[in-house]
Design a binder for this molecule. Structure first.
Ligand SMILES: Cc1cc2nc3c(=O)[nH]c(=O)nc-3n(C[C@H](O)[C@H](O)[C@H](O)COP(=O)(O)OP(=O)(O)OC[C@H]3O[C@@H](n4cnc5c(N)ncnc54)[C@H](O)[C@@H]3O)c2cc1C
Length: 329
């Protein structure tokens, strides 16, 4: 029987990262194409955490959950976590290993793949199983101008996937999940890095963007600081978070933390409003999963309109003040 193993990332606040549920949903689809492969999760955490999230695992369609708990694992450590993950992967021998392309996942995945001498396709935006039963992992390449589907010649076939690329299941996929507790073998790990403390970032916009229901994003078409101020006023009116294209970031109108796209964040809000953004593929890959997209652009042929549900063709400096006035009243 084929096996798919997902890494269940735990955030520093001790939550399961939502990318696990997105991957779990996709894994069910892949499993069906592999004659109902076993879908399991790997949880590495402080003691007692699995108990808190048992329901979540059971409701997400996992056949098994491998649990390595130890209070030395309270915070993510590259050395300890990769040692445990590698030990368990060697034992379980999965055909496919999927990890969220988060900061933690991007650190962990290459450690595992290089140690196991296997291939890793990073930052995927689509996964499938080809006619030969291999993982077909798709990611942007050549600066986002092409999509490359990459096959891995070695086993396990590994991939990291950006959060928000897949949707979590819309309903519970209850399974009779088996929880396999593993004693972590970490006494002799030569730790070169010691965790001391977390220092809170002064910028909170990234997190806001991650969970925002509405995002208003500005591009080069907003031209100057006054244009972005207008955008911010509009965002405040409708309770939206502000995002930006790289064009706007490069002009110094917005910080890189709020850049959306291939080299920025991937978002999937309920509503995405693009103002003065042309719709380059590198931007589209970061926002096309939004439920509804409205675009404001003075060029009727702007590529952004091809992915938009509603097109407002006109000058953002006229449309935004009109919308602000309407919403304020
Ligand atoms: C490797 C690589 C990675 C990249 N990563 C990203 C990424 O993560 N995110 C990203 O966004 N880009 C990324 N890019 C850049 C991308 O290719 C585009 O250059 C960028 O998205 C363009 O930004 P823009 O749409 O704001 O600017 P432009 O393409 O210049 O578009 C401005 C738009 O504003 C419209 N406009 C002008 N005036 C007005 C007005 N008064 N009212 C209304 N509309 C108006 C214009 O018609 C035009 O469509 C990347 C590029 C490369 C090579």
């Amino acid at each position: 029987m084929s096996k798919i193993l997902l890494y269940a990332e735990v955030t520093k606040e001790n939550y399961l990262h939502t990318v696990l549920f997105e991957l779990a949903n996709k894994a069910q689809e892949l499993a069906k194409k592999l004659d109902n492969a076993e879908v399991s999760a790997l949880l590495i955490s402080k003691k007692g955490l699995c108990e808190l999230y048992k329901e979540a695992f059971i409701n997400s369609g996992f056949d098994k959950v491998y649990v390595a708990e130890d209070n030395r694992l309270t915070y993510y450590s590259t050395e300890l976590y990769s040692k445990i993950a590698i030990d368990i992967i060697k034992e379980v021998n999965p055909d496919i290993v999927l990890i969220g392309a988060t900061t933690q996942g991007r650190d962990l995945a290459p450690r595992i793949s290089s140690s196991l001498h296997t291939g890793l396709t990073a930052d995927c935006i689509e996964l499938d199983i080809n006619e030969k039963g291999q993982l077909a992992a798709t990611r942007p390449t050549f600066g986002g101008k092409l999509m490359a589907t990459i096959l891995c010649k070695t086993s396990p076939q590994m991939a990291t996937v950006r959060p928000k690329v897949f949707k979590p299941a819309s309903q519970n996929l209850v399974k009779n999940t088996e929880f396999v507790y593993v004693t972590p073998d970490i006494d002799n790990v030569n730790k070169k890095v010691e965790f001391i403390d977390f220092v809170k970032s002064l910028k909170t916009s990234v997190n806001e963007l991650d969970s925002a229901n509405i995002i208003v994003a500005g591009g080069k078409g907003l031209k100057n600081e006054a244009g972005f101020k207008l955008l911010k006023t509009f965002a405040d009116c409708i309770g939206a978070s502000v995002g930006a294209s790289r064009g706007a970031v490069d002009m110094g109108l917005a910080s890189t933390e709020i850049q959306i796209g291939q080299t920025g964040k991937t978002v999937s809000p309920k509503l995405y409003i693009a103002c003065g953004i042309s719709g380059a593929i590198q931007h589209i890959v970061g926002m096309s999963e939004s439920d509804k997209i409205i675009s404001i652009n003075n060029d009727p042929d702007a590529p952004i309109f091809e992915v938009s549900d509603y097109a407002l063709v006109g000058d953002a400096f006229e449309i935004l003040p009109a919308l602000i006035e309407k919403f304020k009243s």
